[in-house]
Structure formats: C-alpha cells, structure tokens
Design a protein around this ligand. Structure first.
Ligand SMILES: NC(=O)c1ccc[n+]([C@@H]2O[C@H](COP(=O)([O-])OP(=O)(O)OC[C@H]3O[C@@H](n4cnc5c(N)ncnc54)[C@H](O)[C@@H]3O)[C@@H](O)[C@H]2O)c1
Ligand SMILES: CC(C)[C@H](C(=O)O)[C@@H](O)C(=O)O
Ligand SMILES: [Mg+2]
Length: 370
C-alpha cells in the first residue's frame, strides 16, 4: 500500500542525512515492492530564511496529512541571535506540540564493531541495550512564563517547569508497557530530592507500577543517573524521564554506541502521524562537508518502517545492512578508530544501499536453490 512520508530535512547536516534516509527507503521500496511517496517541507533556519518563521502552517498541514514524518535537524549559528520566537528550535518544538508527540523513544544498543571507537572500555558497554523514553511535550521546554523580567529593579529571568499529572502518567505508563516486551525493568529518573515536579513524577511512577506487577521499578536521581550511565550502563533497560533530563541523558547515552551520529529516535502520539529523527543536531562544525554520519537518520527511517508501518522485516533488513557496513569497516570520522580510513556521508549511504540490494540478490539466488 502507498505510504505518504513528509520529509523535513531542516538545516546543516540535517539536509545531508535526510537525503540518505530517503535513498535507503527508496531501496527498501524497490526490494519489497512498496510505494513510498515523499513530500518535502521546510523547518528551522531554512524556513526562517524563506518565510520568516521556523514552521509554517503549510508544513504542519503536510505532516498531518502524511503517514509519518522524517526530520533531519534544525539550527545553526546563523540564527543563534534571532529573537526567541524565530529561533529554528522553536519550529521543532511547535511541530512536536502540534502533533502531540508526547513520548520520544531513544534506543541505545551496543555495536560490536564500534567497541574500539567508544571512549569506554568494551567490558562496560558490551551488550548494552537501553531504551530512553523521554517526555517530549511538557516541562521546562513549554512552561509559561518563560521570559526576561524586572525584579525589584534587577534584570531577571524565569523559565517554568510545568506538568499536568495526566502528562506524566501517560508517558510513564508507556514506559512500563514497553518494558513488558523487553527485560521488564523500568528506571524512573528524577530530581525528587529538590524539585516538586519530580516528587509528583515519582509518586505517579509508583502508582503506575501497581498495574504492572511483572515489571520492576527503581528510582534514580538524575545526577547519579548521569554517572551510572557511563559507569554501569548495563543496569538499565527502560529509562523514563522528563523532557530536559531525557535530552541530556540521551546525548550521554549515545557515547555507549560510539557516537551521537548513531542514535535514532521515534516520537509518538496517541494517534499519529509519528515523527522520526536522529537525536543529534545540525552539527555546524561539519555541515556541508560530506562528513556527517548518516546512520542515526537511516536507523530512524528503520524505526519508522517498524513503528508506523508495521514493516518489521524491512526495518530489520535496514538494521542488518547498517551492521554489515560497519562490520565491513566503513566509518565516518565520528566512529573511526585511530588510523582507520574515513568514509564520506554519501559513501556510507551508498554502502548501506548496496548491501540492501545485494542481500536481495543473494536471497533470490538462495531461494532458487531451496
Ligand atoms: N533535533 C534537532 O534538530 C537538534 C538536536 C540537537 C541540536 N540541535 C541544534 O543543532 C545546532 C548545533 O548543536 P550542537 O553542536 O550542540 O549539537 P550537534 O548534535 O549538532 O553536534 C554536537 C557534536 O556532535 C557531532 N555530530 C552530531 N551529529 C553528527 C553526525 N551525524 N555525524 C558526525 N558527527 C556528528 C557534531 O559535529 C558536534 O561536534 C544547535 O543549533 C542546536 O540547537 C538540533
Ligand atoms: C534542538 C532541541 C530543541 C532538541 C531538544 O532539546 O529537544 C534537541 O536537542 C533534541 O534532542 O532533539
Ligand atoms: Mg538534544
């Protein structure tokens, strides 16, 4: 059946990696006989330059009319000094809010072939398999007021951490449901020794856990969690946490796989369409140089196949092709060990595509002799 995919490449390396995901999906379509229709929209700085706003109503409409959304990344120094309402990042936040994407799933798994490119010892990271469930539409990112103020004649500033109970409840419940299909362990991360919002978060986690007797729950303060994540990452299965803690911890978790350029994500809502994006940003330091690692974006496309379209075999094939390319020694700079030759973004994309199509040929031949 035809699937409509909205593609929002965004800024910087977002454009380079989004192109890769589209090429891989085209190869999947060719191999498995699916029709994927791609429609392009602008978001972030690119949209500011053209329309004066980081997200137009047309782009939101395009996303709502699609079966899934693929997003590259937004932001860059060109727009860093822009007033708050026309910052590229505001476009992404508005899109997440408008599509009600309340949960952001960020899986981190171990890649045997990348063990040498991690700064952590192999014994520490081997077999890590963690899923961070990040609340995505509440907390400090969206609380009002968020502004500069005058306080007793002093320049001051306020940001607000606001959550409704129901917003915490639904994402924590989802984390428990996901844990049931995994190792049945949820670690809820908060700052309950200081923040009232975290105390409520912890109470709700306890409340939800009563409905999931097969899943164990533990609580961890976020500062300790940041340390445990690099010291003993294997202790984590499903991690659930509020928006900003999840943002920070997931960049940290990406180091366990080897690089920020390896971590995909799925942002989901109650009824879709869902959005799929790498967790990294627009990487201005390497943008336009054909150096970015496209694998986080390609793996996000695999998550889209699985989560939005129920195409498990197709998703697994993309993941297998990525693994094969890594096993064969292809590396962008961020995942290269000392002395290894660096492949460009486009070379990596071409390699994954070639493996995908080559595997089809091999399976075809094997089928003929079966
Ligand atoms: N979802 C998003 O769109 C998103 C996420 C994070 C940051 N940002 C934005 O991106 C801009 C730059 O932010 P930053 O530099 O703090 O974070 P970043 O994620 O863009 O880059 C951090 C570091 O990781 C490297 N890196 C990131 N992705 C990579 C990849 N695929 N391959 C190889 N190396 C990669 C970069 O070169 C850089 O050294 C900011 O404007 C920020 O707001 C956007
Ligand atoms: C660009 C920024 C708003 C965004 C976030 O903090 O959510 C990014 O860091 C991410 O992780 O997707
Ligand atoms: Mg982030």
């Amino acid at each position: 059946m035809k699937k409509r995919i909205a593609v929002l490449p965004g800024d910087g390396i977002g454009k380079e990696v989004a192109r890769g995901a589209v090429e891989i999906l085209q190869a999947v379509g060719e191999r498995f006989g699916h029709q994927f229709d791609f429609s392009y929209g602008k978001i972030g700085g690119t949209a500011i330059d053209e329309y004066g706003t980081p997200l137009t109503d047309e782009t939101i409409q395009l996303c709502k009319e699609s079966d899934a959304v693929l997003l590259g990344a937004v932001g860059g120094p060109k727009w860093d000094k822009a007033p708050a309402h026309v910052r590229p990042e505001k476009g992404l936040l508005k899109l997440r809010k408008d599509l009600n994407l309340y949960a952001n799933l960020r899986p981190t798994s171990y890649y045997e072939s990348l063990a040498d490119s991690s700064p952590l010892r192999k014994e520490v990271i081997q077999d890590v398999d963690m899923l961070i469930v990040r609340e995505l539409t509440g907390g400090l990112y969206f609380g009002k007021p968020s502004e500069r103020v005058q306080d007793n004649g002093q320049d001051a500033v306020v940001d607000t951490l606001y959550y409704q109970k129901a917003e915490m409840y639904r994402v924590i419940k989802l984390a428990f449901e996901l844990a049931q299909g995994r190792k049945k362990r949820v670690t809820s991360i908060d700052k309950a020794n200081v923040l009232e919002s975290s105390r409520m978060w912890r109470e709700i986690a306890e409340e939800v856990s009563k409905d999931f007797p097969d899943v164990t729950l533990d609580h961890m303060l976020v500062d300790n969690a940041a340390m445990q994540m690099v010291k003993n990452p294997k202790r984590f299965d499903v991690v659930v946490t509020e928006n900003m803690f999840g943002d920070i911890l997931s960049d940290e978790a990406s180091v366990l796989t080897g690089s920020l350029g390896m971590l995909p994500s799925a942002s989901i809502s109650e009824k879709g369409p869902y959005l799929f994006e790498p967790i990294h940003g627009s990487a201005p330091d390497i943008a336009g140089k054909n150096m970015a690692n496209p694998l986080a974006m390609i793996l996000s496309a695999a998550m889209m196949l699985r989560v939005s379209f129920g195409m498990e075999e197709e998703a697994a094939e993309v993941e297998r092709a990525v693994n094969q390319v890594l096993d064969a020694g292809f590396r962008t700079g961020d995942i290269a060990s000392f002395g290894q030759t660096h492949s460009s973004t486009t070379e990596m994309i071409d390699e994954v595509k070639a493996v995908l199509l080559e595997n089809e040929a091999i399976m075809h031949i094997m089928g003929a002799y079966a």
